[in-house]
Design a protein around this ligand. Structure first.
Ligand code: NDP
Length: 276
């Protein structure tokens, strides 16, 4: 079984299914990521702000997996937005990860109140030119923020990583991204366990029809919509479950029924007002 890839607007590709490490304790990260690599994940999503890049790096080094077979994403934290601060931040991330470059570097949040995301985007363009990130993108950007960096730079972000799950399906943003060749990555793909997604009738019904778990149904929903997805789990059993999603397919009716669960409500912060 091989994980499908999505083509990015810079000519590179990204494994569509990966593994996220938000809220994985630093002390546990090496074990968790080692388990994920053993299960078969080759795409890891971390961030400077998660405080666990070192553990990710140790697991990668210990795995013996060739660097070219791995896809590693990290992110520029809000307090490091700017030019020199972004250059320093990527160097520190690479040092903690023990890597010469990442596959994808993202601006973590737009923080429009700081008004430094355009400047930071120019810094990411230079970070890519220096070979420290193969692809660059953004996270938690709305079409308004995207519009601005597209107008004020010569690079369209390769991805926008945003909160996205059946209860907050982000259809207008997905339409905008499709028009502009930006791939969408779903964070909190399982709703972070913050509402009873797995108990909702269309998800429970599809799980029963395909003899799979509700989590597997939700991951399929992301994949079949062309979204990039990296569920997090500290349990090796659930990591394996979340990776075992290529043996069944949701029907058009099942997809539509799950689409109907969109209630337009976030479980996380609003990018326009977040100030952390
Ligand atoms: P998820 O939607 O992936 O949910 C994770 C939760 O679901 C955990 O509590 C986990 O528990 C549980 N879980 C995982 N698999 C299963 C399963 N098969 N059955 C039941 N429960 C399950 O939330 P995340 O916030 O972790 O999102 C995924 C990734 O997205 C992050 O790890 C991070 O990489 C990225 N992210 C990015 C953000 C951004 O601002 N750019 C913000 C938030 C996340 P357990 O560990 O016990 O299995």
């Amino acid at each position: 079984m091989s994980v499908p890839t999505i083509s990015l607007n810079d000519g590179r590709t990204i494994p569509q299914l990966g593994f996220g490490v938000f809220r994985v304790e630093p002390a546990e990260t090496e074990r968790v990521v080692s388990d994920a690599l053993e299960v078969g994940y080759r795409h890891i999503d971390t961030a400077a702000a998660y405080g666990n890049e070192e553990g990710v790096g140790r697991a990668i080094a210990a795995s013996g997996i060739p660097r070219s077979e791995l896809f590693v994403t990290t992110k520029l934290w809000n307090s490091d937005q700017g030019t020199q601060s972004a250059f320093d931040a990527i160097d520190l991330s690479l040092e903690r990860l023990g890597l010469e470059s990442v596959d994808l570097y993202l601006i973590h949040w737009p923080r429009p109140d700081l008004d430094r995301y355009v400047e930071s985007w120019h810094a990411l363009e230079r970070i890519r030119a220096a070979g420290k990130a193969a692809s660059i993108g953004v996270s938690n950007f709305t079409p308004v923020h995207l519009e601005r960096i597209i107008a004020e730079s010569s690079t369209v972000p390769a991805v926008d990583q945003v909160e996205l799950h059946p209860g907050f399906a982000q259809v207008p943003l997905r339409d905008y991204a499709r028009e502009h060749g930006i791939a969408i990555e779903s964070w909190g793909p399982l709703g972070q366990g913050k509402y009873d997604l797995f108990g909702m009738a269309p998800i429970a019904a599809a799980a029963s029809a395909h003899s799979v778990t509700p989590a597997q149904v939700v991951i399929r929903w992301h994949l079949q919509h062309g979204l990039i997805v990296f569920p997090k789990s500290t349990s090796r059993e659930r990591m394996a479950e979340n990776f075992d999603v290529f043996g069944f397919e949701l029907s058009a009716d099942e997809l539509a029924a799950i689409d109907g669960l969109d209630r337009g409500k976030r479980v996380g912060a609003d990018p326009d007002t977040a100030t952390f």
